[in-house]
Design a protein. Structure first.
Lengths: 152, 313
């Protein structure tokens, strides 16, 4: 059985306890030797990158930041889409498909749809039942991501 | 996805009403069939003096109870509060007139007014007419005001539709029916046969019925614009109740003209029960929708997480 990735990385980092068994296995397994070579090569590339002068560091940092922003945008969009689909489901359950077509305009933002739906449910179902529906809509949603969506 | 039928709690209230109505109609139709098959040897009687039967009064009381529960969920200041208040008062008037009419408006043994002799019988007649007036024009006026209030709210939220030709045609038919009734009463009066007070009370409700028919058609259009969701069912039940009230008036007027064999009392009870059930369905559907909001079907969020933060609401 081949070792796990974490064990390869520990071996390449020279961590204690990751040596003897791994060496015995590497002596027999060509595939695992390739894996260790690949990890060492990546480590060297990364070390070279960090050792480069300041301009390279700034470019790397902006790359990391833009990657984080893209990841966050994607998460926010997913949460907003989930909220919108839940709202659509509730409108269709309580009012009907024509009401959904009337309310859910493409240019309407998710929080605007949330406001309109909440207001309508408060009026026709009563405030307590309306609040219960909103609780149901929000249940289990990714709040951090949704906050990012509404901030933009 | 198949949704299982639930007969527990308020969510099942509309189903219980439908089951009770169905069972009651079946029993009445069976009685009519047996009576017809037996050669109509026995006289079939409804409740005396045009007062509501026990089943109709019971349905009206159920309507009142359901309306009171709905009213509690709309605190002061809510736009639909006035509508539900008027519907509750209408249900209370209907229920009270049924009970008072049954207990004090009929000459039965346990009515204390019958013990007072001939003076008591005068009171009984007055009470009977008062209950007829309350369950007729007064009830219709309250319904018309409630309908106007809900139409305004639907208009405010964009569910307003301009009335089509068909929407005008239905109240037009109601107006024609009212004209026929008024014409018949005038002809009878000119021929020296003045109509009974009972008939006058019924005539007084007809203009209101025309207004209600127009409102019912407008409400129907608005509800169709909304869809067939749980809220839409509430107002559709009310529309059905009003249309059935008009149809019932017409049927009860037509039957004696064209059929002498069909027992009017039983037909009257069946029609009134149908109308009372339609009106009771409105608050029942409202409670079912509210119950659904509090105990939702966990179809959309099976993996329940923590409750939403209060600020997010």
């Amino acid at each position: 059985m081949h070792p796990k990735s974490a064990e390869f990385i520990a071996f390449c980092d020279g961590e204690a306890g990751a040596g003897r068994g791994m060496q015995k296995h590497l002596a027999k397994c060509e595939k695992c030797r390739d894996e260790v070579r690949r990890i060492r090569s990546e480590k060297e590339t990364l070390a070279a990158g960090f050792a480069a002068p300041g301009a390279g560091n700034a470019a790397g940092l902006s790359g990391v930041l833009s990657a984080m922003a893209a990841w966050r945008r994607n998460r926010s969009a997913e949460a907003a889409s989930e909220l919108r689909s839940r709202l659509r489901w509730q409108i269709e359950t309580y009012c009907g498909a024509p009401a959904l077509r009337m309310l859910d305009q493409p240019e309407l933002r998710t929080e605007e749809l949330l406001g309109k739906t909440g207001e309508m449910l408060d009026i026709f179902l009563g405030p307590r039942a309306g609040e219960a529906v909103r609780d149901e809509v929000f249940r289990g949603l990714d709040w951090a991501a949704l906050a990012g969506e509404t901030e933009r | 996805m198949r949704r299982e039928f639930n007969f527990d709690g308020m969510e099942a209230a509309p189903r219980w009403i439908a089951i009770f109505l169905g069972a009651n109609l079946l029993v009445h139709l069976l009685v009519l069939y047996v009576w017809n098959a037996a050669g109509q040897v026995v006289s079939l009687q409804g409740s005396s003096g045009g007062t509501s039967a026990l089943s109709v009064t019971g349905m009206a009381m159920l309507n009142l109870w359901l309306c009171l529960m709905v009213l509690k969920s709309f605190p002061a200041g809510q736009p639909l509060r006035s509508t539900w208040l008027l519907l509750t008062v209408a249900a209370a008037v209907e229920g009270a007139s049924g009970v008072v009419g049954q207990v004090l408006g009929t000459d039965w043994l346990l009515n204390p007014l019958t013990w007072a002799g001939s003076a008591g019988f005068g009171w009984i007649e007055q009470i009977r007419l008062t209950t007829l007036f309350a369950s007729g024009p007064v009830h219709l006026a309250l319904l018309a005001t409630a309908m106007a209030a809900v139409l305004r709210i639907l208009q405010r939220y964009g569910f307003w539709v301009r009335p089509s030709a068909a929407d005008w045609a239905v109240p037009g038919i109601a107006c024609l029916f009212a004209l026929c009734r008024f014409g018949e009463a005038c002809v009878a009066s000119l021929a020296g046969k003045p109509g009974s007070l009972e008939n006058c009370i019924s005539l007084a409700g007809l203009p209101l019925l025309c207004v209600l028919f127009l409102e019912a058609m407008l409400l129907r259009q608005s509800v169709l614009r909304m869809g067939n969701g749980l809220i839409a069912r509430v107002w559709m039940a009310l529309v059905c109740g009003i249309l059935l009230t008009g149809a019932g008036e017409a049927v009860l007027w037509v039957i004696p003209h064209y059929s002498q064999t069909l027992p009017l009392a039983i037909s009257g009870i069946l029609i009134r029960l149908l109308i009372a059930a339609a009106f009771a369905l409105a608050p029942a559907c409202q409670l079912a929708a509210q119950h659904r909001a509090f105990k939702p079907d966990r179809g959309i969020s099976e993996n329940v997480g923590s409750h939403s933060p209060v600020l997010a609401r």
